[in-house]
Design a protein around this ligand. Structure first.
Ligand code: ZN
Length: 206
């Protein structure tokens, strides 16, 4: 920095806060700055509560050892529920999709939450899907149907296609949700009646 010239931009600690906030999904530089200065202006206790809520959620919430759902217990509340239909597995890409399906109240079976979806550009190849974990769940023969509830976009369809290949010949019915889900939409965002329709209209893949 040239001698005598005042530094430009916010103080270092604010810069760091802005950078961290900008790593959140949907938060660009402008929003990151707005949030950072908001947090600096509110009462210190409110900022501390936010920080503590993040830490507490990270401490208490972990993937379910059976299905991969994020929960405070292992197994999660769905795997532990004796009233769920253990003959059906619904594969979703994210715990938020599971929550959307639960809210729609169209499904009473178990879930399998994938660690990610197929996205070679982001470094998620076929091995990232941990398909052997899904196949392990078919051992024992309780599962009769696997419903592929991947999102109806390009990456979701590619993921579902790969899973269908892996599930072929494993003695289970493989179906794909379809009708009613607009192409390019996401399970988390569509309304419950549309989700119910998509579920009831699922079609066999294998
Ligand atoms: Zn579970």
């Amino acid at each position: 920095m040239a001698a005598g010239r005042a530094p430009t931009g916010p103080p270092k600690a604010v810069q760091v806060l802005e950078e961290k906030l900008a790593t959140l999904p949907g938060v660009g530089k402008v929003t990151a700055r707005r949030l950072a200065y908001h947090l600096l202006k509110v009462e210190a206790s409110r900022a501390r509560e936010l920080a503590e809520a993040i830490l507490q959620a990270r401490r208490e919430i972990h993937p379910c050892g059976i299905c991969g759902n994020l929960a405070a217990t292992d197994p999660c509340w769905i795997c532990a529920d004796p009233d769920r239909d253990r003959s059906v597995l619904c594969v979703v890409e994210d715990p938020r999709d599971l929550l959307a399906l639960e809210k729609a109240r169209v499904y009473r079976g178990l879930y399998h939450v994938l660690p990610c979806r197929l996205s070679p550009l982001q470094g998620f190849g076929p091995e990232s899907l941990e398909i052997p974990r899904l196949l392990e769940r078919l051992e024992g023969g309780d599962v009769k149907e696997v419903i592929l509830a991947n999102n109806p976009d390009q990456e979701g369809e590619a993921t579902a296609g790969l899973l269908a290949e892996a599930l072929a010949g494993k003695g289970v019915r493989v179906t794909r949700i379809a009708r009613g889900m607009p192409a390019g939409s996401s399970i988390e965002q569509v309304q419950s009646p549309i989700l119910a329709d998509a579920f009831e209209g699922r079609r066999p893949l294998v």
